[in-house]
Structure formats: C-alpha cells, structure tokens
Design a protein. Structure first.
Length: 159
C-alpha cells in the first residue's frame, strides 16, 4: 500500500476535483471558488467565511443563512402582503376558537371548584361540630368525676 502524494497545484487532478478545496487557513471553500484567493474582503485569506458564489438565482455563501433569507424574501410585495393578511386572519380565527373553548373550560372549572369548596366547607363544619360535641361530653364526664371526688373528700361539716 502506497500513500498518494498531493498533486501539483496546476495539475489536471486539482482542476477537476469535485470536492471543496481548502484555503490557506484550512477552511473549506465551495466548489468553483479559488481556495487560495482571499475569502471575504481584501483578499487576506484569513477569514473562515467563503466568498459568495452565484449558483442559479440565489447566492451560496457556504451556509444556509443566506438561503433562508432568500427564501423568505418575496419579489411581489402585494402578494406577500395578501399572504400575510390571510395568515393573520387564520390565526385570529384559531385564537378566537381557542378563546371560546377556554371560556367554556373556565366556567366548568369555576363550577367544579365552587362545588368542591362547598363540600369542603360542609365537611369542616361537620368536623368542628363533632370535635366540640366530644369536648363537651368529656367536660361533663370530667365535671361529674370531680364532683364525686369532692363529695368523697369533703368535710362532714360541709355536707
């Protein structure tokens, strides 16, 4: 197995290379650009960004940002405006439907919460009544026991 030596710069092998070539800083340049030529402005060659190359009707800058921006731009502003208006109307209809649905949901939730609060309040009242009744019975029982103890230890002259 032998290693392949890099081809000379002017050879047919580098001229017909289908792959992107590296510039002096090691950054890849898109096919059709010169790797050694300065990318960006000034021809310094130190910029990692490739110089835009015209490919078809849009510019290729080595990334998808410019392609995204070109796809967003519409050449007919009137059609773009109509498109935006129709999208906005659709969004308004969707939001109004969501608002109506949420209003119904809110009313149902309020009714459910009111029922739960009433049930909780009734349960609290019932529990307090039961606790106070138990306390009163214990007080009566304790008072009767204390009366019996008092009567057992009281002086005969007090009877």
């Amino acid at each position: 197995m032998g290693t392949k030596l890099p081809a000379a710069e002017g050879s047919a092998e580098t001229a017909n290379a289908p792959f992107a070539s590296a510039n002096a800083s090691g950054a890849l340049a898109p096919p059709g650009t010169q790797a050694g030529a300065g990318a960006g402005t000034g021809g310094a060659g130190g910029s990692p960004y490739a110089r835009p190359v015209v490919m078809g009707t849009s510019y290729y800058s080595g990334g998808s940002l410019l392609a995204s921006i070109n796809s967003l731009l519409d050449h007919d502003p009137e059609a773009s405006r109509r498109n935006q208006i129709s999208k906005t109307r659709e969004k308004i209809v969707q939001l109004e439907a969501a608002q109506a649905r949420l209003e119904v949901e809110l009313a149902e939730t309020n009714a459910t919460l009111a029922e739960d609060l009433d049930r909780f309040q009734a349960g609290k009242v019932r529990d307090i009544k039961a606790m106070l009744t138990t306390l009163c019975r214990q007080q009566i029982t304790h008072a009767n026991e204390m009366r019996e103890v008092w009567q057992a230890f009281s002086l005969p002259s007090c009877k």
